[in-house]
Ligand binder design. Structure first.
Ligand code: C2E
Ligand code: MG
Ligand code: MG
Ligand code: MG
Length: 277
C-alpha cells in the first residue's frame, strides 16, 4: 500500500512507470521504422515427427534486433505490437516471408510445412482471410504448406465474434491447417476444439517441463494425447529439451516434438543443413 511504500517508493514507482512508458513509445517508433525497412528477421524452429523420424514442419518466429534498443524479445514485442495495431504489419511480414521460404524449400525438394503465429487482432480485419489467400496466390504457395497457430485467448474471442470463425473456415476450406498453441494453459481448451476448425494441438511447454518431475503431469499429458487421438487431432509437444522427455512422450503416442532437444529456432540455411543430414 501507499503508506507502507513510503515517499521514496512512490517516487521510484512513478519513475519506473515513466521509464516503461517511454520504452514502449520508443519500441513503437522503432518498430514502425523496422517494418517499413523490412528489418525484422524470421527464425525457424524444426518440428520432428516421431513416426517418420523426420523434420516435417517448422515454426516461424519473429526476431528483431534494433540498432538503438538492441534485441527485443517476442515476449516484449508482441504485446506492444498487439496494443498499437502493428501486429497486423508483423503478421503480413511474417506471412510473406513464410510463404516465400516454403516455396524455396519446395523448389529445393524439401517437404516442409511452415507454421506462423497469429494474434486475434489480425483476424479483426474483415479482409484477413482474403489477404492471406491473396498472398499465397501471389507467391504460388500451396495452402497445405501453411499452418496458423492460434492461442486460447484468440479462440475465446473468435467464439464471440462470428466473422472470425467464418474467416477460419474459409482458410480451412482452402487447405490451411490450424494449431491450438499453448494447449492446456487457458480456460476453454475443450470447448474450442469442438467449435473451431483445429487439426493440431500443441501441448504447452510448461507441461513438458514438469513431465519428469511430477506423476500428475505425466497423467495429464498422457490424457491430453489420448484426447487428441480420439478427436483425430495431431499432437505436438513443445519445449522438449531432454531424451527422457522424448521417451515418455513416445510411450504416450505423441506425434511430433519441438524444442531445444531437436534445435533452437535458426536461420533457413541451418534448417537446410539439418534436412540434408
Ligand atoms: P510460442 O508460439 O509458444 O513459441 C514457442 C516459444 O518457445 C519460442 O519463444 C521458442 O523459442 C521457445 N522454445 C522453443 N523450444 C524451447 C525449449 O525447448 N525450451 C524453452 N525454454 N523454450 C523453447 P519465442 O520465439 O521467444 O516466442 C515467444 C512467443 O511469442 C511465441 O510463443 C508466440 O506466442 C509469440 N510470437 C513469436 N513470433 C510471433 C509472430 O510472428 N506473431 C505473433 N503473433 N506472435 C509471435
Ligand atoms: Mg507458436
Ligand atoms: Mg506454444
Ligand atoms: Mg508458448
Amino acid at each position: 500500500t501507499i503508506r507502507e511504500a513510503g515517499g521514496d517508493k512512490i517516487m521510484s514507482l512513478s519513475t519506473a512507470t515513466h521509464k516503461a512508458l517511454s520504452r514502449k513509445a520508443l519500441i513503437e517508433k522503432r518498430l514502425l521504422q523496422a517494418l517499413n525497412q523490412k528489418d525484422l528477421k524470421v527464425f525457424y524452429q524444426p518440428q520432428f515427427d516421431l513416426h517418420s523420424s523426420k523434420i516435417t514442419a517448422v515454426e516461424a518466429l519473429v526476431r528483431w534486433e534494433d540498432e538503438e534498443i538492441g534485441i527485443v524479445t517476442p515476449d516484449e514485442l508482441i504485446p506492444i505490437a498487439e496494443e498499437t495495431g502493428l501486429i497486423n504489419n508483423i503478421g503480413s511480414f511474417m506471412l510473406d516471408k513464410a510463404c516465400e521460404q516454403a516455396m524455396l524449400w519446395k523448389k529445393a525438394g524439401f517437404d516442409l510445412k511452415v507454421s506462423i503465429n497469429a494474434s486475434v487482432r489480425e483476424f479483426r480485419d474483415k479482409n484477413m482471410a482474403k489477404s492471406i489467400l491473396d498472398t499465397l496466390a501471389k507467391v504460388g504457395c500451396p495452402a497445405n504448406l501453411i499452418q496458423i497457430e492460434i492461442t486460447e485467448k484468440f479462440a475465446l474471442e473468435a467464439e464471440s465474434e462470428t466473422f472470425i470463425t467464418q474467416q477460419m473456415r474459409k482458410l480451412e476450406n482452402a487447405g490451411i491447417g490450424f494449431v491450438l498453441d499453448d494447449f492446456g494453459t487457458g480456460y476453454g481448451s475443450f470447448k474450442y476444439i469442438q467449435i473451431l476448425p483445429i487439426d493440431t494441438l500443441k501441448i504447452d511447454q510448461t507441461f513438458v517441463n514438469a513431465l519428469l518431475k511430477s506423476e500428475k503431469t505425466q497423467k495429464l499429458v498422457h490424457g491430453m494425447l489420448q484426447l487428441g487421438k480420439s478427436m483425430d487431432l495431431k499432437v505436438v509437444a513443445e519445449g522438449v529439451e531432454t531424451a527422457e522427455q522424448v521417451q515418455l512422450l513416445k510411450t504416450y503416442g505423441c506425434d511430433i516434438i519441438q524444442g531445444f532437444y531437436i534445435s533452437k529456432p535458426v536461420t533457413p540455411a541451418e534448417i537446410e543443413t539439418m534436412l540434408q543430414q
